[in-house]
Design a binder for this molecule. Structure first.
Ligand SMILES: CC(C)(COP(=O)(O)OP(=O)(O)OC[C@H]1O[C@@H](n2cnc3c(N)ncnc32)[C@H](O)[C@@H]1OP(=O)(O)O)[C@@H](O)C(=O)NCCC(=O)NCCS
Length: 360
C-alpha cells in the first residue's frame, strides 16, 4: 500500500487543470472565493511516523487530566504517567503505546494510515475489517481519524484519509464503513463525507448482582477461532473480529507495557444457560468477555450469542460480575434489543449513542 494522490477541490464541478498542478499548491475558484489547495499523500503508517502521529493527537488536547480522585485534576503532559496519557485519549497519546497499537493493527491485517503533507504527518486514521452476520456483513470500522489541530480544514487531510479508506474498504469487499461515536464538532465532516446515522445504540450501566438463574460459566484461557456466524450483540463499539481477538492483544500489551495494560486484562468465559425444568432446551450459549475498566469495581461486557432471548444472558453476566467482585457493569446494546429486556433491570445510567454508516 502507499497511495499518493493529489487532492482537488471537492466542490469543483470537473477536475479542472488548476486542481491537477503537480506542485504542492494550486488554486481553484469556488463561488467567487479563492481556496488554497495542498498536496496530501496517504500511505501506511510506519514505526518511524510514531512521534509525529503522537504530535497530531496531542495537538488536539487542550488540558491533560490526571484522573486523580484527590489532588491536581490537570497537569502538563510531561508530568503525566503513561497510564494517565493513555486515559486522555487512547494509545496514540504516547509513543510507547502508539507504536504497539500500530503494530497490533497492522499485524492483524488491518490498516493504520497517515496523511503526509510537506514531508510531515498531518493526520492519522485506522481501519478495522470484520466479517459478521447480517446486517453488519463484511464491514470496515473507522478506528479513529485525527488531523493536526493547526492543519484542520486547511489542506483536506481528513478528506484524503476518508477517500483512501473508502477505496481500501471497497477493495477488501466491505459493504459498509462505519464510525462508532462521532466526536462533538466532527458531525459536519462526517456528513460531508456521506455518513448517515442508521441505528441507535444505548450504553447501560447495571449494578452487579445475583439473579436466581442456573448457568454454567466455563472460563476460557484462549477464545477459540473467530466465529464469524455469531453476532456481537453486546458491546458492538468496534468490529467484532477485532474485539474477539482482544484477549490475545491484551496479553501482548500487558507484557510490553504492564503499567498501562495489566489492569485491563479481560476475563473470558463460555456461558451456557440451563433451562428451568419443564422448559425446552435453550439455545442461549454465549461467549462473554468481562473487561475491568480503569475505575475500580467497574467492568464492561462483550457478548456473542446466536440466542434471540438476551434476558438470561444479561442476568448471567451481571451475576458473574458480582461473583468477581465488580460493582457495576457497562453494556452497549442495540436500542431495539435493550427495549425487549429493559423492564427486568433498574439501570443506574443509560446513554444513547448513534454510530454513523456509509454504504460502499
Ligand atoms: C474531523 C477531522 C478529522 C476533519 O479533518 P480535516 O482535515 O479538518 O477536514 P477537511 O479539511 O478534509 O474537511 C472537509 C470538509 O468537512 C467539513 N468540516 C470539517 N471539519 C468541520 C468542522 N469542524 N465544522 C464544520 N464543518 C467541518 C467542511 O465542509 C470541510 O470543508 P471546508 O473546510 O472546505 O468547508 C479533523 O477536524 C479532526 O481531526 N478533528 C479532531 C478530532 C476528531 O474530532 N476526530 C473525529 C473523531 S469521531
Amino acid at each position: 500500500m502507499g497511495v499518493a494522490f493529489h487532492i482537488w477541490n471537492p466542490y469543483c464541478p470537473a477536475v479542472c487543470s488548476c486542481c491537477l498542478v503537480a506542485a504542492g499548491v494550486s488554486q481553484c475558484q469556488l463561488s467567487g472565493a479563492w481556496r488554497i489547495l495542498m498536496s496530501v499523500e496517504v500511505r501506511s503508517a510506519t514505526l518511524g511516523d510514531v512521534p509525529e502521529i503522537v504530535a497530531v493527537f496531542r495537538s488536539n488536547v487542550r488540558k491533560w487530566r490526571t484522573f486523580a480522585v484527590l489532588g491536581r485534576r490537570y497537569l502538563p503532559y510531561e508530568r503525566l504517567t503513561l497510564l494517565q496519557r493513555y486515559r486522555n485519549g487512547g494509545p496514540w497519546m504516547a509513543p510507547e503505546t502508539c507504536a504497539l497499537h500500530i503494530q497490533q493493527v497492522q499485524a492483524s491485517g488491518n490498516l493504520a494510515l497517515v496523511a503526509v503533507h510537506g514531508g510531515r504527518v498531518a493526520g492519522y486514521s485506522g481501519l478495522l475489517f470484520s466479517h459478521e452476520p447480517a446486517p453488519w456483513g463484511h464491514n470496515a470500522k473507522l478506528d479513529t481519524i485525527y488531523v493536526h489541530k493547526d492543519l484542520q480544514r486547511k489542506i483536506g487531510a481528513g478528506t484524503a484519509l476518508i477517500q483512501t479508506i473508502e477505496r481500501e474498504a471497497r477493495a477488501a469487499g466491505c459493504n459498509i464503513l462505519w464510525a462508532y461515536k462521532i466526536a462533538r464538532g466532527a458531525g459536519p465532516f462526517y456528513a460531508r463525507c456521506g455518513f448517515v446515522p442508521l441505528l441507535n445504540q444505548v450504553r447501560v450501566t447495571l449494578r452487579a448482582r445475583q439473579f436466581p438463574l442456573s448457568f454454567d460459566a466455563e472460563p476460557l484461557a484462549h477464545p477459540p477461532g473467530y466465529a464469524s456466524d455469531l453476532p456481537l450483540v453486546i458491546g458492538h463499539y468496534a468490529s467484532s473480529q477485532w474485539l474477539w481477538a482482544s484477549p490475545e492483544r491484551w496479553r501482548v500489551e500487558a507484557r510490553a507495557l504492564p503499567d498501562v495494560f495489566q489492569r485491563t486484562e479481560p476475563i473470558c468465559f463460555r456461558l451456557r444457560i440451563t433451562p428451568a425444568s419443564g422448559d425446552p432446551p435453550s439455545d442461549s450459549s454465549a461467549y462473554v468477555y468481562l473487561i475491568p475498566e480503569f475505575r475500580r469495581g467497574h467492568a464492561s461486557a462483550l457478548a456473542w450469542t446466536g440466542s434471540r432471548d438476551l434476558l438470561p444472558t444479561v442476568q448471567a453476566i451481571v451475576t458473574v460480575a458480582r461473583r468477581m467482585k465488580f460493582r457495576k457493569v457497562h453494556l452497549l446494546f442495540q436500542e431495539a434489543d435493550w427495549l425487549t429486556i429493559h423492564e427486568a433491570f433498574t439501570p443506574l445510567k443509560t446513554r444513547p449513542n448513534v454510530p454513523h454508516f456509509k454504504q460502499l
